[in-house]
Each structure stands twice: as C-alpha cells, then as structure tokens.
Design a protein around this ligand. Sequence first.
Ligand code: ZN
Length: 276
Amino acid sequence: MPEKPEVITVARKLKQHLIGLSFKNVEIYHNNVIAYPTVEEFKEKIKNKKIINIGTRGKWIVFDLESDYLLVHLRMEGRFFYRTKEDPRGKHEHVIFTLNNDQQLRYHDVRKFGKMVLISKEEANSKKPLSELGLEFDDEKLTENYLKKFYEKKNLPIKSVLLDQSIITGIGNIYADEILFLSNICPLTKAKNLTKKNRVDIIENTRAVLNAAIKEGGTTIRSYESEEGVHGLFQLKLKVHGKSKESCPECSKEIIKIQVGGRGTYYCPNCQKEKK
Ligand SMILES: [Zn+2]
C-alpha cells in the first residue's frame, strides 16, 4: 500500500504532465474501479473536464477539474502510465483516459483494489471519502491541543489511533512505527495516557518522517517512470519498521514485532517503554 509520501510523489508527477489538459473521453474495462457515480455517469461527466490542479487528501489523489474532483485511491498496486492511442492495451489497464492532446493516461492495477470517484465540489465536503478525513500532517491547525481533544477520549493503543484517518490523515502502518520510535512512545500505550510532550513529539516527528520520505520520493521516482509507471514506491530508510531481530539504532537492544489492532508493529521495548 502506498503511503502518503508516495501518493504525494505520484500526484506531483501527474501534475507535471497533465496540468492544463482536458479529458476527451474514458474507456472503462473493469467497472468496480469506479466507486461513484455509476460507470455511465462517470463516462459522461468526465468529458471535456479540464485539469487545473492535482494534489492529495489523505491517500487520495485529487484531480481538480474546476467544478468537480476526480479522486483516485491506488490501494495496493494501482499506478498510472502515459501511452499513445496506438499502444495496445495491457491486460491490467482497466481505465483509459484520452486527453485533448490525444495522449492517454492509463490506470493499471493488477489486483483491482483501486478506486475512482468523480464528485462535484459542492457534494465533496459532505460526502465520503473526503468528509471523513482529518487534518493533513502539514496543516497548521494540527496542534497539540487538537490531538488532545481526540486522544483524551481514546482508550486504544496509540499505534491504532495514529492509523485513524479521521484525526490525522495520511499516516500508514510503516510510518506510524517510525513516528512512535522517534517519539520514544510504546505503540501499546493508550492514547489517553500520553503526555503533552508526547503529543508535541508526535506532531513534530510525523512532519519530519513524512517530509523526509517526500524528499526521497522526489529524487528516486524518475527511475520508475518509464518502465514501471508512476506509482511512487521507493526505497525507504527505516529505523524500526520491518527490522525485527535487528539491533535498535539507538540502544542496540533487539527490535521486536508484535500485532496491534491486527497490524504488524515494530518497536524497541527499551527505548519505547509502555506507559500504563
Ligand atoms: Zn532502543
């Protein structure tokens, strides 16, 4: 699953190619990719829509089409390719947008978990998926006090609460482990038991981890573009996630793996002591 930095990297790449162009039409070969509205309405509404910006909300790529948004969630394996009309369709290319320059933007998804939504801006803020998303990591409204309001009611492990997209949106399983390690917080500590300093550290380290990953993505994605499509995955420099039985980079004790809320979770029990 791509995480927020990968989604941002993909959005930036798409923006470089697509800004100012319009959709001429769309061919849909796997109807389940279209989550909203119906396939027929989607095909009709997308015509002649101009792409004025491309950004992200949570892990959704947001195409700003003046009066509407096209939202795309890549899920596990979704990615985009640029092709010409003459290129034969690959068997995993499920949605093919033809642009007004007669180039094509093709959505490729081996596992078919990705989703697209075409919604008017008026509707978007009161309807899923955008209505249920919390603050972005770089939103200035994300403060210690904001977290406190949510956390003091949460009798759940902080690891699970960090993954709750309605509080801070865009933190996935990998970066949640990294954020908690840098903040010296045990993933099992209940959110309501965190201190003010803990909450300040979470915000600071969320920004540090995601910004570092975005920077990394911006420098490495080019190599993927031509052969493997634009998907934004890149080699991450991780401290604890995926490192069970390796030494903690801070204290050299062993990193362990546990399950928290059904998600594989890595931490150093020495640096990240549980607060009861
Ligand atoms: Zn340690």
